[in-house]
Design a protein around this ligand. Structure first.
Ligand code: MN
Length: 312
């Protein structure tokens, strides 16, 4: 997936540091569309909350029911630098192809982590054999200075570790939580997990107090430390927390992501994460000229055109 909104493309986003506020802050996502049928709620970056740990981008897409797969997800080859893309599905399937030769269908419970390092291109599409439904999350994770120019690579985890705590099953798709560790390679202190919440209950979810965290709700309505969070909103928790109280009176689904406040200032524009405008311009010009980023094989459509870059 990529940013497809012109306004986003034209805004050079300079990202900041963590926040030690003790109170939950609710951020409203912006609405986009992907293909003809799929709604996206963009929860990161927000104007006053660019990052949560190393997490710098979050799209919640769907749920969608479709007949034409090109109306669900159909994103042609496009480049990335300086980040990892993390794909986590709740329903349906997505086919990933990339310029290091990966061809991988992902389904719920599975994890795709693509590390762009110094440069990769990829496409994402609803595969021909599909359930007619799609719902999921796609994140970007900024790579720290010492790792941002690694060789591009791709990792598929067929089943992430799950652990049952007081009747709730948590699936850990990044870092370590609840005594289990996701096997996918990340490059800075990070955590990500989700849970399907059933019925009505209250749970204290333990957190790493060195991390900042955010709670995203993809279905149902949840009280997070007493504040309502529903789909389309993100509850930011700051650092210095031992736990967060989650209450719900209906079935719901939540994801919690976090990490050490990133500490480095990053620039985001289009599909790139960098440290200054010159690096962004170079990546932009390389994609436009067909340099640096090898081709993606097998996608039946055009590659994405990069917009003009108007910043110095
Ligand atoms: Mn992408």
């Amino acid at each position: 997936m990529t940013k497809i909104d012109v306004h986003d493309k034209e805004e050079l986003q300079k990202c900041g540091q963590g926040d030690t506020s003790e109170h939950i802050t609710i951020y409203e996502g912006s609405h986009k569309t992907l293909g003809a049928a799929t709604t996206i709620r963009r929860l990161l970056p927000r104007r006053h909350r660019r990052m949560v740990g190393p997490w710098c981008f979050l799209d919640h897409f769907g749920p969608v029911a479709f007949e034409d797969r090109q109306q669900a997800m159909w994103v042609g080859p496009h480049p990335h630098i300086g980040l990892q893309t993390v794909t986590w599905l709740l329903e349906g399937e997505v086919l990933h192809r990339d310029s290091v030769g990966s061809v991988q269908v992902i389904r719920p419970g599975q994890l795709n982590v693509m590390t762009s390092g110094k440069g990769i291109s990829h496409s994402e599409e609803t595969p021909e054999e599909n359930s007619g439904h799609m719902h999921g999350l796609q994140f970007w994770v900024a790579l720290p200075e010492e790792s941002r120019n690694v060789e591009p690579h791709f990792e598929h985890v067929p089943q992430v570790p799950s652990v049952n705590v007081d009747g709730i099953t948590f699936n850990v798709f990044a870092g370590s939580a609840f005594g289990v560790t996701c096997p996918a390679k990340y490059y800075s202190p990070i955590v990500g997990f989700d849970a399907h919440l059933v019925g009505s209950e209250t749970a204290d979810v333990p957190l790493n107090s060195a991390f900042e965290h955010a709670v995203v709700v993809t279905s149902g309505e949840v009280q997070v430390d007493g504040e309502t969070v529903s789909p389309g909103f993100m509850g930011y928790l700051g650092t210095n927390r031992e736990s967060v109280c989650i209450e719900h009176s209906e079935d719901a689904h939540i994801a919690i992501v976090g990490g050490e406040p990133f500490g480095e200032e990053i620039y985001m524009w289009w599909n790139f994460v960098a440290r200054n405008a010159a690096e962004i311009r170079e990546a932009r010009d390389d994609w436009a000229a067909g340099r640096r980023f090898p081709d993606v094989q097998g996608f039946e459509g055009k590659r994405l055109e990069v917009p003009e870059f108007a910043f110095s």
